[in-house]
Design a binder for this molecule. Structure first.
Ligand SMILES: [Zn+2]
Ligand SMILES: [Zn+2]
Length: 646
């Protein structure tokens, strides 16, 4: 038999008989691996494990932990669900059934029948039964005419329409059990690997996303190799609902979004504003220590500014239409950068003036379609903790280290232990996508990598992920539910200094261009706080809590004492609320518990007489009586220390 060379991710090569499959390769390594593997990448393309490899190739075997494996697994589960649907509801017409970030869906046409929750359980049972049959998935390559004939016979108009777009091409069909689908694949070897099944919901979806087309029913589901993983996933879904920042934002009176003001335009209520200002002040004070200079710029700017920067017309669709004032056009500012560049240009700069670090909590406006808006995470107005640092090329690495250090401090202070970093570099195969000079790119990518190593970042390199104007560092944070959020960003920019003709006089007496670093540790304050609300489930760490402490007198006789307690704590900078409602103290405690306030001070006759406070901590209950000054000092210190737990 002719041999082919298979190269593994570690660079080692082994020879196999031509026509070897991913499954056989896995088996040749170990039977344990063969059991776990779900798909194989062949020269970067994900294949079925059972598809013969006909020539030399580099491969990667994918186990469940890989996204490639999950997608293949969930896509195969969509086929299994389709088989169950066809068996329980014969005559159903099928649209498309792709994998998604978590699970899969299938769009189906059942005529007049609307899927009920009983139907979903019936389908789940059927899928379990079909999975146990351990039917192999089979790939078949056929001619276009044969495929058309097949789906005509089956009377499936949606598949025929899809085939219309593939005219003349070779078509692949996938079979498992009784079911056949038009599909590019890939799929897992057999249905038995799909062990734990949950069909989650049904929604309406227009065929091909076009509202002129028929509305189909979309069934969402998720599957896992073990029941334990399914249970954990369902628990996380429930938790995500409980932690939803839109729900908590209303319950905790943090922010408001009302159509009377407009979609995507959040209004910060007093409690939310305190959280926001506390974060701003934290960053401001850190920035002051690092030599940043504060600036404030207006919310609109002359359109020509954005023509110079190149943001207009290239990002026209994501901006609000210009405003005409006295024959001049103005834009609601989509970013703060060009305003800051004007400050740089307002006077001559010498090499001694650099680095110049301008910082602003600058509100920007983006046009998002109403269907895309979502709480605080997708909005039309948001505030960036923006800074532009104008540096010499020889200062770039040190500045990057300082920015990374600041972002690490922000994340660790907020208790985000796990964050990954992507160094987003240019794709050498696709140079025309990126502006600026080659030598500068090479130098700055080297500087970024060295800074990342120096600062011990846990990073990977994203080839082709750079912005057109320069390489960047993106920070990806894992929240309490293990969801990944891209938050902070640091971008190196060679294009804007050129476009705005920014200069400084070097030690050689000649004019040079500075490099710009754009950086925002929070990114958007709105989105950041949305993520924090969900991460903490509304239970902010003490220093960020809108109210540190509620004071609860038991009866009217303690009102005067309660007022003096409030006054003394307020004077020490502690955020206090007095609850003098005419309610039983038990009721008040339960109420403040739902408001997630970290501390309650219950004041009865004993406390008044002894000038003490009975302290209760959120979720921990009674901590006993304490001298008022002792409590004040303890809580003040905890606020100062920004401790996550108290
Ligand atoms: Zn498929
Ligand atoms: Zn910028």
């Amino acid at each position: 038999m002719p041999q082919i060379a298979i190269t593994f991710p570690d660079g080692k090569t082994r020879s196999y008989e031509r026509g070897v499959t991913g499954q056989q390769i896995a088996q040749s390594i170990s039977s344990g691996l063969a059991k776990e593997v779900l798909a194989v990448s062949v020269n970067g393309e994900v294949w079925d494990l059972f598809r013969p490899i006909e020539s030399d190739a580099s491969i990667r075997l994918h186990k469940w932990a890989d996204d490639e494996a999950k997608r293949t697994y969930w896509h195969s589960s969509a086929h299994l669900m389709a088989e169950a649907i066809e068996s329980v509801f014969p005559g159903t017409k099928f649209g498309i059934g792709p994998p998604i970030e978590n699970g899969f869906y299938y769009d189906i046409d059942m005529g007049d029948h609307s899927i009920t929750s009983d139907d979903l359980s019936r389908l789940e049972k059927k899928m379990e039964e079909l999975s146990k049959r351990d039917a192999p998935y089979r790939r078949e390559v056929i001619g276009w005419n044969d495929a058309v004939e097949y789906f005509q016979k089956k009377n499936d108009p949606y598949k025929l329409e899809l085939l219309d777009g593939l005219k003349g091409e070779q078509i692949t069909l996938y079979h498992q059990g009784e079911f056949t689908d038009l599909c590019f694949g890939p799929h897992i070897p057999s249905t038995a690997k799909i062990k734990a099944i949950k069909l989650l919901s049904v929604a309406g979806a227009y065929w091909r996303g076009n509202e002129k087309n028929k509305m189909l029913q979309r069934i969402y589901g998720i599957t896992f190799p073990t029941q334990k993983e399914l249970d954990e996933h369902l628990f996380r879904l429930e938790e995500a609902k409980r932690r939803d920042h839109r729900k908590l934002g209303a319950e905790l009176e943090l922010f408001l979004i009302t159509p009377k003001v407009g979609g995507g335009l959040p209004i910060w209520l007093p409690k939310g504003t305190i959280v926001r200002e506390t974060l701003e002040n934290f960053l401001r004070s850190e920035q002051r220590k690092r030599g940043y200079l504060p600036v404030v710029t207006p919310h609109i700017g002359n359109l020509n500014l954005y023509k110079t920067s190149g943001h207009y017309p290239y990002y026209k669709e994501s901006q609000f239409a210009p405003i005409v004032v006295e024959d001049e056009e103005y834009l609601l500012k989509p970013m703060n950068c060009p305003h800051h560049h004007q400050i740089y240009m307002s006077k001559p700069r010498s090499y001694r003036d650099l680095p110049l670090r301008l910082a602003e909590f600058g509100t920007v406006y983006r046009y998002e379609q109403s269907g895309e808006l979502n709480g605080l995470t997708r909005v039309r107005s948001f505030t960036v903790d923006d800074s532009h640092m104008y540096v010499r090329q020889d200062q770039l690495k040190d500045e990057l280290c300082d920015v990374i250090d600041l972002i690490q401090l922000v994340f660790s202070t907020l208790g985000f232990k796990d964050f990954k970093t992507r160094l987003s570099f240019r794709d050498p195969k696709n140079m025309e996508k990126f502006g600026g000079e080659d030598a500068m790119w090479e130098q700055s990518e080297k500087d970024i990598k060295e800074a990342a190593d120096l600062m011990k970042l846990n990073y990977y390199i994203g080839i082709g992920e750079a912005a057109f104007y320069g390489p960047k560092i993106d920070f990806m944070v894992q929240d309490a539910l293990n969801r990944t959020w891209q938050l902070g960003t640091v971008q190196v920019d060679y294009v804007m200094p050129e476009r705005f003709k920014l200069e400084y006089t070097g030690s050689d007496g000649l004019k040079h261009r500075p490099v710009i670093i754009h950086r925002a540790p929070f990114g958007s304050l709105e989105r950041f706080i949305g993520v924090l609300i969900e991460h903490f489930a509304g239970e902010f760490p003490l220093w960020l809590s809108p109210v540190h402490c509620a004071v609860l007198p038991i009866t009217d006789s303690q009102h005067e004492y309660a007022k003096s307690v409030c006054a003394r704590l307020t004077q020490a900078g502690i955020r206090v609320e007095l609850d003098d409602r005419n309610e039983k103290v038990g009721y008040k405690i339960r109420d403040w518990e739902t408001k997630k306030v970290p501390f309650m001070l219950v004041l009865g006759e004993k406390e008044r007489a002894g000038q003490t406070v009975a302290v209760r901590q959120h979720k921990k209950g009674d901590l006993g009586a304490m001298n008022l000054d002792a409590f004040r000092d303890k809580i003040s210190k905890a606020i100062m220390d920004k401790s996550i737990t108290i």
